[in-house]
Design a binder for this molecule. Structure first.
Ligand code: CAA
Length: 387
């Protein structure tokens, strides 16, 4: 087994690390406090090719592989989870679905501007009454009498980048009686009439990643903006999430790493009872457990990314590895952030250090793109073959 990264993978890892350290880390605390969307750093991320890493160059992206994408997200997240959320949704939840299911015309119109970082993409699946039970959506898409467009009515919630997005991959019921098989996917221009943005949600963590509700009031979407076939939308949504969960796993690894590295430094410097606290066995135990879990989570995440590439060739689903990586890495991020606060004591609780931000940011990775409970369900269903 060869764990050596390719030249391209090493290059994007180094570029993302430099960008994250020099451009994101210095402003992360300010954006967290203000809750403002980080327009300027996201624009720069676009210029560096980070907004469409796996998107082929002819559609405005960097044309790299899923491992390169995971490495880039880890670096951004280690500096600031909120930035990595915006980057991740743009890359995987938005661009991936159009690349996989879109027509050539859709790729040109909707992927090129977003992958190149000139526009922002978002993903609309969740509704107020349907989070984990995604197929229970109520937003309706009704085909017009002349068959030229659908009319959308309903509400989507928890839309990452919703307040600033230019385009949205979204899902609506075209045949409510058919449940999951009655869902259809669309790509929307967010600047058309009937696309109504709600207030930005105040959140515990990833505060600079703007989140809001979107209401559709007789929004007209042309038939040529339907993504995939009528009734194929749920499979589109799940396929996209199989990929998206690798990005969240990489984000969680980045948060865990930041928490671990800060703890390591602090354990060496901080003295108590005449010694560095890192010489105490109770601190050592925490550091050792953090390090083992971090490395295991990273390996599973990179394996999921590598397997995504393999599945592209074989046509298999990457569901199991996406879910295992996301579950393991998100619980690792929470574990490491929790331990980091404890190791730092009062300083871990203070806004003077980023440790409390890691703790607040880590929590979302156990919730969005499928909760830990949903990941366990998906893993067990896949393994047993039972429903
Ligand atoms: N790939 C392709 N098709 C899939 C699939 C996959 N991974 N998973 C399911 N499907 C297909 C099934 O094969 C089935 O079709 P057939 O009957 O033809 O076989 C159909 O979809 C329905 O599947 P299920 O019966 O398994 O559906 P379910 O209602 O039991 O739900 C679920 C499955 C796994 C619980 C799903 O609802 C789920 O993943 N829920 C969590 C939703 C989620 O992750 N939301 C996150 C929102 S996005 C977000 O958080 C964005 C953000 O801001 C960052």
């Amino acid at each position: 087994m060869d764990f050596q990264l390719t030249e391209d993978q090493q290059m994007i890892q180094a570029a993302a690390r430099e960008f994250a350290r020099n451009e994101i880390a210095p402003v992360a605390g300010e954006y967290d406090a203000s809750g403002q969307f980080p327009t300027e750093t996201i624009r720069k991320a676009g210029e560096l090719g980070f907004m469409g890493v796996e998107v082929p160059a002819e559609y405005g992206g960097a044309g790299l592989d899923p491992v390169a994408y995971a490495l880039m997200i880890e670096e951004i997240a280690a500096a600031d989870a909120a930035h990595s959320t915006i980057v991740s949704v743009n890359n995987s939840l938005y661009c991936h679905g159009i690349l996989e299911f879109g027509t050539e015309d859709q790729k040109q119109r909707f992927v090129v501007p977003v992958a190149s970082g000139r526009a922002i993409g978002c993903y609309g699946l969740t509704e107020p009454q349907s989070g984990s039970d995604a197929a229970n959506m109520r937003t309706r898409a009704v085909l017009s009498a002349d068959g030229s467009h659908y009319v959308l009515n309903g509400k989507k919630s928890w839309i990452t980048s919703g307040p600033v997005a230019d385009y949205m991959v979204m899902f609506a019921m075209t045949d409510p009686d058919a449940k999951a098989k009655g869902v259809t996917a669309f790509v929307l221009d967010c600047h058309q009439p009937g696309f109504i943005r709600g207030k930005t949600e105040p959140k515990l963590g990833i505060r600079a990643s703007a989140t809001c509700e979107i209401e559709f009031e007789d929004y007209k979407v042309p038939v040529e903006n339907r993504l995939g076939a009528d009734g194929q939308g749920f499979a589109v949504a799940m396929t996209v999430l199989d990929s998206g969960r690798i990005g969240i796993a990489a984000q969680a690894v980045g948060i865990a790493r930041a928490a671990y590295e800060a703890s390591l430094d602090y354990a060496r410097e901080r003295k108590a009872f005449g010694s560095a606290i890192g010489s105490f066995q109770m601190i050592q135990q925490k550091l050792a457990d953090m390090k083992c879990r971090l490395e295991a989570a990273r390996l599973l995440t990179l394996q999921a990314a590598w397997n995504k590439q393999r599945c592209r060739r074989t046509g298999e689903r990457n569901t199991l590895f996406g879910s295992m990586a996301k579950l393991t890495a998100s619980e690792t991020a929470m574990f490491c952030a929790h331990a980091a606060v404890q190791i730092h004591g009062g300083m871990g609780y203070s806004k003077e250090m980023p440790i409390e931000r890691y703790f607040r940011d880590a929590k979302i990775t156990e919730i969005y793109e499928g909760t830990s409970e949903i990941q366990r369900m998906v893993i067990a269903r896949t393994e047993t073959g039972l429903r």
